[in-house]
Design a protein around this ligand. Structure first.
Ligand code: ADP
Length: 390
């Protein structure tokens, strides 16, 4: 295939006639690269636009999750006819991805600055190029979202099921249903169960962070007792607290009004706050849950004696993947972001205070406000839900 044929076959130049294609060919050259060559790296100036003639090229993006080392994730595999290095047409002309040859590659390399000049001198052509450019960026986005969704389904189904099975076998052994176990074995099984629960929690967080929408959170709302949900969440973290010799205290006001919530989701919020409190509190500390009435809300507080959150980062910790600068080790920085989405979908609020108490210099208090259930709310909410579904 000649340079002209390669350019003609490229979707980016679909609106071009022979004369324009020939003009582009005049500012192009052909280059060959052995397999494994990085044609360009992310962050460098976008000098050229490329059209793939032969072979395969991977476009990779730097991804950093939490405090882990950044890694390259492949966003797209390109085949002959595809254009890449599109940043050469869009200010600030900096490459956002890197391009690596998966096979020996031949490409038509177009001088970016001269191509821009040509497009500027013929605005009609410019419109055509940018139409194609925006449709290929949209398509790439859609493909990435689809691939991510597929990946998330695999993670949730293929990993969750066997882990849940292992966890129930461990519970059977701990319950003595597979014969007697000694104290040493009990300790080991309890620790295994904690690790598995952490992993299951992380998988749920990853799935939720990509899929959770207010609409789906609000499904399954019912009249619920905060005390009951807190009890279930405390059960979720009891083993982890015991392992670190952390005291769990409960102080719920008697006759706390009921709330109208999706109980499984609110349990997820409290369990996240409690497991963070346990995780970020050194051995021998304490974690307290308080529940009280506050105007139109029920207020739940999770107070710990742990490392605390630097005051300048108190709002940032609710951002996706954000982890405060004073913590290390396990964690993806997703739990609080999801907790905030859930609480807000219920018309509530969530925030953090640290140090708590202020005079102590460490420790934190996480507060959640959930609207009190109003008389007649059941009928009102059901009709609101029905209206949303219509
Ligand atoms: P993860 O715990 O997996 O990092 P989260 O979204 O649950 O993710 O929390 C985000 C960040 O908020 C944590 O990395 C930590 O820096 C901070 N954080 C949350 N809870 C506490 C707490 N009880 N004490 C101190 N820091 C906390």
């Amino acid at each position: 295939m000649t340079t002209l044929e390669t350019l003609r076959g490229c979707h980016l130049f679909q609106g071009f006639g022979d004369r324009e294609i020939e003009r582009i060919a005049r500012i192009s050259r052909e280059e060959s690269y052995p397999a494994g060559t990085t044609i360009f790296g992310a962050g460098s100036p976008a000098v050229n636009l490329y059209v793939l003639k032969e072979g395969c090229v991977a476009l990779d993006m730097r991804v950093q999750v939490g405090s882990r080392k950044p890694r390259d994730a492949t966003v797209e595999i390109l085949h002959p006819g595809s254009a890449f290095g599109l940043s050469a047409l869009v200010p600030p002309y900096i490459l956002t991805m890197s391009a690596t040859c998966l096979e020996p590659v031949k490409a038509v390399v177009i001088d970016g600055a001269r191509l821009r000049q040509q497009i500027e001198s013929d605005p009609q052509l410019g419109v055509e190029v940018f139409k194609q450019l925006s449709s290929s960026v949209t398509r790439r986005n859609e493909e990435v979202i689809q691939r991510l969704d597929h990946f998330v389904s695999i993670v949730s189904h293929e990993l969750r099921a066997p882990l849940a099975a292992v966890e129930s076998y461990i519970q059977l052994m701990l319950g003595g249903f597979a014969g007697e176990i000694n104290e040493k074995q009990r300790g080991m099984l309890e620790r295994s169960s904690i690790r598995i629960k952490e992993l299951l929690g992380l998988i749920s967080d990853v799935v939720d962070s990509s899929r959770l929408e207010s609409r789906s959170i609000a499904q399954g709302m019912e009249e619920s007792s905060v005390q009951h949900i807190v009890d279930l969440s405390l059960d979720d973290v009891r083993a982890a607290a015991k392992e670190k010799n952390i005291k769990l205290r409960l102080n719920i006001a008697p006759n706390l009004p009921h709330v109208y919530v999706a109980p499984g989701r609110i349990r997820q919020v409290f369990t996240n706050l409690l497991s963070n409190a346990v995780k970020y509190t050194p051995e021998g500390g304490s974690v307290t849950v308080r529940g009280l009435e506050a105007d139109d809300y029920v207020r739940i507080e999770v107070i710990d004696t742990g490392v605390g959150v630097p005051p300048s980062e108190l709002t940032r910790i609710f951002e996706e993947f954000y982890r405060a600068s004073n913590v290390e080790g396990k964690g993806a920085g997703l739990g609080l972001h999801i907790a905030k989405k859930i609480v807000e979908a219920h018309g509530g609020q969530i925030w953090a205070e640290s140090p708590f108490p202020p005079a102590r210099g460490r420790g934190s208090r996480f507060c959640v406000l959930l609207p009190k259930m109003k008389s007649g709310q059941l009928g009102h909410q059901v009709s609101a839900q029905t209206a949303r579904d219509q």
